[in-house]
Write a protein that binds this ligand. Structure first.
Ligand SMILES: Nc1ncnc2c1ncn2[C@@H]1O[C@H](COP(=O)(O)OP(=O)(O)OP(=O)(O)O)[C@@H](O)[C@H]1O
Length: 249
């Protein structure tokens, strides 16, 4: 079966510094795959390469079997890939409803419909309401996004990310900065929202990674040093030495 994402021999240099050093990675359709590694290993850069925000210096990247190198982010998005960012990325002055509706309008091809009464479009209204419910923010519908708690803003951001119905979703540290209880709720939500989709997640919290991922890839100094199930990664000597340490055993 075709993989959702495939990277072969991908390299990325900034000036003379090679940050990504020949990454080969495959994410199967429908799996939840975590990309882990120490700070500065190149995880965000890998996300930028897959989503078209950066172009690799060399190598190939396939989305659902098709070469996407050189395509701009919006075209990769149209082909079914959507990503969130490490930093919360919502319109602070718009309400929760307006933020979601904006994402749905964009995804349903009504992006230039500013002059219309967009709430009168039933498919837009229904889809926005569904996502609002899926991210458990119904009671916060009319609150400006800037006034939400941090965890609520991250939930809204995931809602915006999936609003377009993308079948491949990239989430960059979705639980960063959350309390333990908020993290547990976020993991449940991510599990539910990515049901039937492919997920690639960058995450530093190992309880999230080991609780959510079907497979894990470990990136160290711009190289994937191991890929495997959570049990395989936990037992991998190279991974322990380079990243997880003995406490993960
Ligand atoms: N636009 C850029 N120009 C120059 N260097 C960059 C650029 N973007 C990233 N880097 C460098 O590439 C390396 C990898 O950065 P990246 O943000 O991908 O790591 P990361 O694994 O996501 O780290 P973290 O876990 O801290 O978010 C770092 O040394 C960083 O300084």
């Amino acid at each position: 079966m075709t993989n959702a994402i495939e990277m072969h021999g991908v390299e990325k240099s900034f000036g003379i510094t090679k940050v990504i050093q020949g990454v080969t990675l495959s994410v199967a359709k429908g799996e939840r795959h975590a990309l882990i590694g120490p700070n500065g290993a190149g995880k965000s850069t890998t996300f930028n390469l897959i989503s078209g925000y950066m172009k690799p210096t060399s190598g190939t990247i396939l989305l659902n079997g098709q070469d996407i190198v050189g395509l701009p982010p919006f075209q990769i998005n149209r082909r079914g890939l959507s990503r969130s960012f490490q930093v919360t990325n919502v319109f602070a002055k718009m309400t929760v409803w307006e933020n979601l509706r904006c994402a749905v309008l964009w995804a349903t091809g009504h992006r230039y419909a500013f002059w219309k009464n967009v709430d009168a479009l039933p498919e837009v209204r229904e889809r926005t309401a569904q996502i609002l419910q899926d991210i458990s923010l119904v009671s916060r519908r009319d609150v400006p996004a800037g006034l939400l708690t941090y965890a609520e803003q991250r939930a809204l951001e995931i809602g915006i990310t999936i609003a377009g119905g993308a079948d491949v979703v990239l989430l960059d540290e979705p639980t960063a900065g959350m309390s333990h209880a908020e993290t547990e709720r976020a993991v449940e939500q991510i599990r539910r929202l990515t049901e039937g989709r492919t997920l690639l997640i960058v995450e530093h919290d190992m309880s999230v990674v080991f609780g959510l991922a079907d497979r894990i890839s470990v990136l160290v100094y711009g190289e994937v040093i191991a890929t495997g199930t959570p049990a395989e990664i936990r037992g991998n000597k190279k991974v322990k030495e380079a990243y997880l340490g003995e406490e993960a055993a």
